[in-house]
Design a protein around this ligand. Structure first.
Ligand SMILES: [Zn+2]
Length: 139
């Protein structure tokens, strides 16, 4: 399910570039969306940031973010490797800038954007409630 926290920057850069799909977190979100009757497309490359789940007609997009890579604030999974600190700092900043730009572009295009953190997908009921709150206001 979750990617191991890498210690080798070259390897981690490679892992970050190749975004993994079909992680346990994504499968949990897919199941919750289906259960709530939301139609979606996966990995929508034609939208900013290639959202993990999106519905263009209903104008919503869901990103499932790994806590470590995308820096979930205050999360215990958001660790920072001690070795190669500058490399990591740079990497995390790049990820966060990309995330922010994608959310902004989608919102400008009228999309409701939901960020689901990996750690929020463990509790299926809480996840369903979260998605319900976020998406059911969408017409
Ligand atoms: Zn988290």
């Amino acid at each position: 399910m979750k990617r191991p926290t890498p210690t080798d920057p070259k390897r981690s850069a490679l892992m970050a570039r190749v975004r993994q799909h079909g992680t346990a977190a994504e499968l949990a979100v897919a199941a919750a969306l289906r259960a709530a009757g939301h139609a979606y497309r996966l990995n929508v490359r034609s939208l900013p940031g290639s959202p993990d789940f999106a519905n263009r007609t209903r104008k919503w997009a869901v990103f499932v973010h790994g806590c470590f890579w995308h820096r979930h604030p205050g999360c215990k999974r958001t660790t920072t490797p001690k070795a190669n600190a500058a490399f990591w700092q740079n990497k995390f900043e790049t990820n966060q800038k990309r995330d922010t730009a994608a959310v902004r572009a989608l919102r400008r295009a009228g999309f409701r954007v939901v960020i689901v953190w990996e750690c929020e997908t463990v509790d299926a009921d809480a996840l369903a409630a979260r998605l319900h709150r976020s998406l059911n206001r969408v017409a």
